[in-house]
Design a protein around this ligand. Sequence first.
Ligand code: ARG
Length: 276
Amino acid sequence: MPRTQHHRRYLMCRPEHFTVSYSINPWMEPANPTDTARAVEQWQRLHDTYLELGHEVELIDPLPGYPDMVYTANGGFVVDGIAYGPSFRYVERQGEAPAFIDWFRANGFDAVVPEEVNEGEGDFLLAGDVILAGTGFRSTGDSHAEVARVFDREVISLNLVDARFYHLDTALSVLDPVAEDGRATIAYLPGAFDDASRAVLERRFPDAIRVSDEDGAVFGLNSASDGRNVFISPRATGFEKQLRDRGYTPILIDLSELLLGGGGIKCCTLELRGPR
Ligand code: ARG
């Protein structure tokens, strides 16, 4: 079936200060060398590809001493022109929060400073009319209730159980959030969720693409989609085929250097959704 491309506006942050100097997820090994120039080059390719496909990209200035700021998905959750700000779990990233709030305010968003610990679109994904919310490692269950209040939408809480997939966006991807019937197509890694959450996903998203452990382990699900083009890791070959079979166009972008920090394509991409 043919897929329709939707215009996207994204917030990104050039990884000028990228390195791995601490470890807050199982992918980060401060003893291993990182190559900042290579991170910038790979990131640039993602940035340029978005523009070539007609999307808009806004940039936030990278702060020295905050090597994880490139993962802008954690900088907030933006729907209907309202930007729910982040409150990072670990002290290493907490200084990023005011920078994101300031950016939202300076750019015409209605910024909400959160009371609860949450890591933005890393754990909150808009799927059709509902918000899917992850917890277990970073964002708290209380932040799910806060998000429900802020956006006045249904929130479906999902429990993550595998430390490698510590944010929801490492285990679940929304492929076309504006489906005509209000129900979005999603892809997910079943093993990243507990039994109860898997049952909820099966019931609410019977047509979902279930991705293999191999593709999940190379961060295949950490992908962005405009409804037709799906930006994925070139190593997720099984997922690439599943997407083609469903009529999507996979666009392969290698962010291997940024994976050393435990992040991929989606982590580097925050969607800015304007007023309704
Ligand atoms: N090193 C970062 C952290 O652990 C990676 C964040 C990845 N972001 C994401 N949206 N999954 O916080």
